[in-house]
Design a protein around this ligand. Structure first.
Ligand SMILES: [Zn+2]
Length: 107
């Protein structure tokens, strides 16, 4: 079984073995962005193709990419994937966080 594009084997053991990497460029310096989950029960296909909720955990990478680790629930099963964040479509608090983060990095 191959690893998903956002996981790599760090070469270490235990809790340190599976490491999150950027799904776009595989950079290892990825930061979780604190974010309240904005889910309201079974969404019936609004947030993703499944009937259940989609939980998006936002990340920013030192590589310059922003992305979500997504957990989608559908009929008793949960699927995991990554998607690039479209900042123009992001919820206001996430958009503000990312805009401030990258503006500070440019100064
Ligand atoms: Zn990247």
């Amino acid at each position: 079984m191959s690893s998903p594009p956002f996981i790599t084997d760090s070469g270490d053991d235990g809790h340190w073995q599976q490491q999150v990497v950027c799904p776009i460029c595989r950079d290892k310096n990825q930061h979780v962005i604190p974010q309240a989950f904005d889910t309201d029960g079974d969404d019936n296909g609004k947030a993703w193709d499944g009937r259940g909720d989609l939980y998006r955990i936002p990340f920013w990478g030192e590589c310059g990419h922003n992305w979500h680790l997504c957990l989608g629930f559908h009929k008793g099963e949960t699927f995991i994937y990554a998607e690039k964040i479209d900042v123009t479509q992001a919820p206001a608090p996430l958009k503000a966080f990312l805009n401030q983060l990258w503006e500070e990095g440019e100064s």
